[in-house]
Design a protein around this ligand. Structure first.
Ligand code: F6P
Length: 357
């Protein structure tokens, strides 16, 4: 008999349910007797002992369902060691609840912040197995996270739809894609949607280079330009600021987001009409794409095997087309970013895409 605690933490994404279903099906089909404690709203559920007993039935019919049947919330790692408003030691509370329920392990699904806390719990002696979720695809130790491909599909569709209207009006269109720290989603959706310019956090842009690309397209007879901008895209000037200087600048930032700044600058310098579209959280919503359903199921299945084997302290990842076990201490606290000289960036440039650098 295995007593398993399960939680989903951080921003949601597609295929969280598919991944949890993969874990549970593998255990049940392996004739493992299991008791599943589903903690509600991520680490909060574990801290405040808010859980629901789940059976195999709860995991039936959820393969195609977006969101998470357990609910999720952000519990920042930065403040995890600070007591809560009532003086409760959150880490101690998680440990006590784990031991009180006599859990054999925790299955934790999440992104970067979630993995830092998962690793802390491992260091505190708890058995932990994690699964890599995030539309950002920025977790170190895995070539891919689930949710990413589904989000690429949605962001690409947004760019596709803009294409027809951009062509009719001869305007410059900006589509803002999610990703504050990394540009994987913008880069992939931008390439898939045929964007002319792609701006990502890892490659600071020069607005004059962006405008030069628009003018080059004008001269060549293209009536419109599509720019895919990551939420965290940053200009070369801003990239030179210290953290403190940047924070100060952002206090008086007059735009809702970077896309509006880029739009205003293009408009100001060229007189061209520019429109901004922000698909926002639609990128994390809806049904997982078929790729993610299969991928998350495979990852979940491997997590189930780890539990059967009693092997803990791993994230289940994906490397060179193989499902792999990655030690949690190697994953926690590291971001997988787009290298400015990565081959995909070079190839995009050869296709004529400008990164504004
Ligand atoms: O980490 C996933 C993500 O969707 C990012 O791409 C985005 O910047 C952020 O979460 C948005 O966070 P929230 O849902 O808290 O607004």
């Amino acid at each position: 008999m295995k007593r398993i605690g399960m939680l989903t933490s951080g921003g949601d994404c597609q295929a969280l349910n598919a991944a949890m279903r993969g874990v549970v099906k593998t255990l049940i089909n392996g004739k493992e007797e299991v008791e599943i404690y589903g903690f509600i709203d991520g680490y909060k559920g574990l801290i405040y002992s808010n859980f629901r007993m789940l059976t195999g039935h709860d995991f039936s019919g959820i393969l195609t369902k977006g969101g998470t049947i357990l609910g999720t919330s952000r519990t920042p790692f930065k403040t995890i060691k600070d007591p809560d408003e009532n003086g409760l030691d959150k880490v101690e509370a998680m440990k006590q609840n784990y031991h009180k329920l006599k859990l054999d392990c925790l299955v934790i699904l999440g992104g970067n912040g979630t993995h830092k806390t998962a690793n802390l719990l491992r260091e505190e002696g708890l058995n932990v197995v994690t699964l890599p979720k995030t539309i950002d695809n920025d977790l170190w130790g895995t070539d891919m996270t689930f949710g990413f491909q589904s989000a690429v599909d949605i962001a690409t569709e947004a760019i596709d739809c803009i294409h027809t209207t951009a062509a009719s009006h001869g305007r410059v269109f900006i589509v803002e894609v999610m990703g504050h720290k990394v540009g994987w989603l913008t880069l992939n959706a931008g390439m898939a949607g045929g964007a002319d310019i792609i701006l990502i956090p890892e490659i600071p842009y020069d607005i004059d280079k962006v405008i030069a690309k628009i003018e080059e397209r004008d001269k060549s007879g293209s009536r419109f330009t599509i720019i895919a901008v990551a939420e965290g895209a940053i200009s070369k000037e801003d990239a030179k600021l210290t953290k403190k200087e940047y924070k100060k600048k952002m206090e008086k930032y007059p735009y809702p987001s970077v896309s509006y700044e880029v739009a205003a600058k293009i408009q100001e310098k060229t007189g061209r009409e520019v429109r901004v579209t922000v698909p926002g959280h639609t990128q994390r919503g809806g049904s997982p794409c078929p790729y993610d359903r299969v991928f998350a199921s495979r990852l979940g299945s491997e997590a189930g095997k780890l539990i059967v084997d009693g092997e803990y302290g791993f994230m289940v990842g994906y490397k060179n087309r193989e499902i792999v076990r990655v030690p949690l201490e190697d994953v926690a606290g590291k971001l997988k970013m787009v290298a400015p000289d990565a081959s995909i960036v070079k190839e995009a440039k050869l296709l004529g895409i400008s990164f504004g650098d």
